[in-house]
Design a protein around this ligand. Structure first.
Ligand SMILES: CSCCC(=O)C(=O)COP(=O)(O)O
Ligand SMILES: [Mg+2]
Length: 227
C-alpha cells in the first residue's frame, strides 16, 4: 500500500533526547511546584491534580503531596498523562518568555518540509501533551513548523507501546494503517505500530539498530515511497 501519511515521535526522533532531559525536564522541576501552587484552584489544573491523585492511589493527597508525586514522576520519566499535561502548561510559560526554544534536528526540519511539499500528510504522536508538541514545533529553533502538521496525538490516544493506540490513530486520521509510516527511536513503539498494520522506520541517531525495522541515522535517509 503506498504511504500517504507520516506519523512521527518526538524525543529521540525529530528532537534530541538531551533537549528533553537536560532542558525541558529541569525547567519543569524548577517551575512546576510554584505553578501548581498558584493555579491549583483553576479548573484545568485542578482536573490534572485529581488525575494525579487517582493514578497514584492517594485520593487524599494535598497540593504539596501532589507536587512531590509529580517530581518523583519527572525523576523516573513516567509518561503519566496528567504530568504531561501540567508540564505542557509550565513549558508554555517558558516558550512564551523566550526562555525555551524547541530543538528539532535540521535533517528532520528539511525532510518534514520536503514531505509536506510532496503531499504527505504529517502527524505527531508523542507522550508529551498535544500542547507541548505544538510548542516544541511552533517555537522551534527553525521557526514555526506547525503549518507542516495535520494533527497531533498524545497518550490520551493510549500508550505508545500498545498496538490499539496506533489503530485508534489510523482511524482518527481516516486512513488504513498501511498508508501510514511511523517513525520512532523505540523498538517497542515500532513493534506496536507494525502490529496495527503501519509501516515503520527506526531512528538510531547514535548508531545501532532497531531490531526488525528499517533503521536510519537521519531523516535524510528516509524515502517514504520506498517504505
Ligand atoms: C512534546 S516535547 C516533550 C517530550 C516529553 O515530555 C516526552 O515524554 C517525550 O516522549 P516521546 O513520546 O516523544 O518519546
Ligand atoms: Mg522517542
Amino acid at each position: 500500500m503506498p504511504i500517504k501519511a507520516i506519523l512521527t515521535d518526538i524525543e529521540g526522533t525529530t528532537s534530541a533526547v538531551s533537549f528533553v532531559f537536560d532542558v525541558l525536564f529541569p525547567f519543569a522541576v524548577q517551575h512546576l511546584p510554584d505553578f501548581v501552587r498558584r493555579h491549583a484552584a483553576e479548573p484545568a489544573v485542578a482536573a490534572q491534580l485529581d488525575a494525579v491523585r487517582a493514578e497514584s492511589g492517594e485520593a487524599q493527597a494535598d497540593v504539596e503531596r501532589v507536587v512531590a508525586i509529580l517530581l518523583e514522576w519527572i525523576a523516573s520519566d513516567r509518561k503519566a498523562t496528567p504530568l504531561k499535561a501540567l508540564q505542557g502548561m509550565v513549558w508554555e510559560q517558558g516558550y512564551r518568555a523566550g526562555q525555551l526554544k524547541g530543538h528539532v534536528y535540521p535533517d528532520a526540519v528539511d525532510a518534514l518540509r520536503q514531505w509536506h511539499a510532496a503531499g504527505y500528510a504529517l502527524y505527531v504522536y508523542s507522550s508529551g501533551s498535544i500542547q507541548a508538541q505544538k510548542l516544541i514545533f511552533g517555537c522551534s529553533e527553525a521557526g514555526d513548523l506547525t503549518p507542516l502538521f495535520s494533527g497531533y496525538f498524545d497518550t490520551t490516544s493510549g500508550g505508545k507501546r500498545e498496538a490499539a493506540s496506533y489503530a485508534r490513530i489510523a482511524a482518527a486520521i481516516g486512513r488504513p494503517a498501511g498508508e501510514i509510516l511511523f517513525l520512532s527511536d523505540v523498538v517497542e513503539e515500532l513493534d506496536a505500530a507494525r502490529a496495527a498494520g503501519m509501516a515503520t522506520a527506526g531512528l538510531a541517531r547514535d548508531g545501532g539498530e532497531l531490531a526488525g525495522h528499517l533503521t536510519v541515522a537521519s531523516f535524510a535517509a528516509i524515502e517514504p515511497s520506498a517504505c
